[in-house]
Ligand binder design. Sequence first.
Ligand code: HEC
Ligand code: HEC
Ligand code: HEC
Ligand code: HEC
Ligand code: HEC
Length: 389
Amino acid sequence: MVTTHRLSSPNGKAFFRWILPILLLVLSALPAGATIKGSCSGCHTMHNSQNGSSMNFDDSATPNAGLLRGTCLGCHAQGGTQALVPIGSDKIPQVMHTDATDLAGGNFAFITGMKGSGASDSKGHNIAELTGMDATITGLPGGIQQSFHEDYIVNTTNLTCAGTNGCHGYRWAGSSFPKGITGAHHANVDGKLAVADRVGNSYRFLNGVKGLEDDDWQYTRSSTDHNEYFGRTTPIKLGCSSGTTACHASDGSGVKSPDGTISQYCATCHGNFHTIQTDRSSGIGPTAASPFIRHPTDLVLPTNGEYSLYTAYNVNVPIARTGSVPDVPSGAVTPGSDAVICLSCHVAHASDYPDMLRWDYAGACNANTVNTDCGCFTCHTAKDGDSLQ
Ligand code: HEC
Ligand code: HEC
Ligand code: HEC
Ligand code: HEC
Ligand code: HEC
């Protein structure tokens, strides 16, 4: 063989001595690149017919777009007892289930009462086809430049998983399947996502968002086993469609977080709860300094006072890393460098608490009491009963 001949030549020695080690080094430095795995037939069906029966997971005779055996919800919201449903050699992360453990995004089952303390629309983002529409909120809370707006492109009536009216994927893609996700599953990059220039290499298919993805979506979690979010040290004044602060990317790649932070991402819809003031009543205040008019995000924890005591990562009160996306999750929090984010207080899909919060704000957060269930005290360490001095 040609290669054998080459390897026995002087060039072959060079191959083993220099080229092979360098090649291995380069290969090991490449991102893990773990895309979806397993047999095509696990996820796709060519005719939706086998021995005369449906191939769809829900046995429906209606074939799905993309020759898939389920829709987004058919695969990801099966409503069973497992948060991770095996499919061939892969697992489908579930967003609605009764497993005792919820994945990092939370669980839409809290909205319907399938799990938790009882049904309530205020426990999360209502996806009409999954949970029914939100019966209390009629518009988009915090739509930029107005505190409450019912005419936004995305609103209570049409909020969905992905596409123009959703969160995942390319957000100018209409609302029919595959809703701006096309190609992302097969080109999914796992782990450290520091580039985020397409859907598949963005954090959890949130176009343009950077971060470090936990490999089991936090099914197992600890202070050193978790997602890492990306943030800024100071929030900016967001704009619409021009310049580097725009939510509508000028290169046509859709609605995006301008700096790749998860909080700016939430702000592409709830802009007023994040932006530096655009007029007297909007935003969080005229500058990124106290006093604020709304709780700040993408703001670094001060190094002084009560904030300086949040130094051990609490997986129920996540913070973001600023500057660059880390290679591995860390159990340390560094005031002066790490930032408060929307996800410090909220989950993304739904929780068992009102306002989609991570803890029982209404019941557990009383000033001058000791309560580790109140996440506010994790940062505001001097507002509990322990340390009033
Ligand atoms: C674990 C599930 C899964 C497996 C296994 C799988 N696919 Fe897919 N595939 C999907 C999903 C979900 C989509 C649609 C969403 C998207 O494009 O990201 C898709 C989309 C596609 C598309 C259209 C978009 C694109 O990326 O080009 C093609 C073609 C495709 N699959 C072919 C295959 C073939 C061939 C195999 C077997 C070698 C296979 N798939 C195995 C889940 C799977
Ligand atoms: C045939 C089943 C199937 C369908 C249909 C499907 N997915 Fe997935 N999806 C998967 C699997 C399997 C994974 C896990 C991929 C992996 O292991 O990285 C996944 C992963 C994801 C992730 C997480 C990506 C990450 O970085 O961890 C998101 C978000 C997602 N899918 C959204 C969607 C949306 C939105 C739709 C509809 C447009 C959809 N999926 C349709 C099977 C499916
Ligand atoms: C694509 C637009 C969009 C994005 C992006 C978005 N939201 Fe929302 N959000 C909505 C809409 C529409 C509602 C009102 C409907 C509802 O509550 O179901 C809402 C409601 C909420 C609520 C109130 C829930 C309730 O019923 O009381 C919270 C809290 C929230 N969002 C937080 C977030 C956070 C945190 C993020 C980022 C992780 C985020 N949102 C990203 C559109 C969006
Ligand atoms: C992840 C950390 C973190 C969490 C959790 C957190 N905060 Fe804050 N909070 C901050 C930071 C950072 C500031 C701004 C500090 C500064 O620069 O003055 C702040 C400021 C405030 C302020 C003062 C605003 C001003 O005008 O100076 C109040 C009030 C407040 N937070 C209340 C809360 C409450 C209530 C909760 C729980 C629902 C909470 N915070 C949870 C980090 C946090
Ligand atoms: C410090 C904790 C904290 C942070 C950080 C935070 N929120 Fe909230 N959020 C709350 C609380 C508490 C409520 C309940 C209403 C209130 O107190 O104003 C709430 C309510 C909401 C609502 C529902 C409003 C309604 O009318 O029902 C939305 C939407 C929302 N937050 C979005 C966001 C977004 C987007 C971000 C980041 C830009 C964010 N929140 C950051 C604590 C927080």
